[in-house]
Design a protein around this ligand. Structure first.
Ligand code: CO
Length: 131
């Protein structure tokens, strides 16, 4: 079961500059920042009540996020739903015939995560996370 929107992912060209708006102007609380090498990003989570904003700065222009920034500029990138069992949700998506980006859950900034392809998700990149 999908429980809530865990976070919205936003691609930014410069994470430090992005803090100027998301943290300092809007006043969202900083939760954590980390470099996620296999996704080619420096990422940060900022809390807004029950949900979070995830800022993604590419550190590798060939990564998915790097190519997104080059093609489309910064902005809305994905929506992430929280679940208690990311493996079961992924298996459910597979059984329903959805296109998957990840064949198995992997470690991300929000816990164990996986991505579903936008072509199966009404044009939106969807992430599941088990914090
Ligand atoms: Co995310």
């Amino acid at each position: 079961m999908l429980k809530r929107i865990h976070h919205i992912g936003i691609v930014v060209p410069d994470l430090d500059a992005a803090y100027g708006f998301w943290r300092d102007t809007l006043g969202l609380a900083f939760e954590k920042e980390a470099t996620v090498v296999d996704q080619g990003v420096r990422a940060a989570l900022l809390r807004c009540g029950e949900s979070e904003i995830e800022l993604l700065e590419p550190i590798d222009s060939k990564s998915g996020v790097g190519r997104f920034l080059e093609r489309r500029g910064g902005g809305l990138h994905h929506i992430c739903f929280e679940t208690d069992d990311v493996a079961a949700e992924l298996e459910g998506a597979r059984k329903r015939g959805l296109s998957l980006i990840d064949e198995a859950p992997r470690a991300g900034l929000a816990g164990q995560i996986c991505f579903l392809h936008p072509r199966s998700c009404a044009g939106v990149l969807v992430e599941y996370a088990e914090p």
